[in-house]
Design a protein around this ligand. Sequence first.
Ligand SMILES: [Zn+2]
Length: 160
Amino acid sequence: MDKVKISEIEKSQDKSLHLEIDEYIDEIKANIEGYLDITPLGEFVSVKGHLSGEINLTCDLCLKDFDYDLDFDVDEMFAKNAVYDGEKQEIEIKDGQFVTDLNGSDEIDIYDLLYQSVILELPNKKVCGINCKEDFFEKDDSFKVHDERMDVFKTIKIEK
Ligand SMILES: [Zn+2]
């Protein structure tokens, strides 16, 4: 199920392809379930759907692995042929809507689409949980207000 042919969808009775997704993406250790509806629209191909699942991430703070839940809508547009001259892979046709060039290819790589969609959903800062963050800030003195009255305790030596 890695690639779908646009010309075959156009020839089909429904003129649209409904895909049930249940994939493990090895490169990013992600389990993805859901669906995608692929609909050719003349020069463009619309891909809409919903995906959920989980991905194994490494916490930025404690470096432990943890599972991150995924749950998001897909709304992508592909252009069959290059719609502009340039080296970029994507252009924006309206607010927040990006078009990916297929450069004349008749195929959409579903595996790659899933991969890219998940990458976009990942948080900038990967933290395993609220508690992890609290521990981190408590240990880091730079986050505390310096209280001079506490300095006295640093000079106390305990006689044995
Ligand atoms: Zn953590």
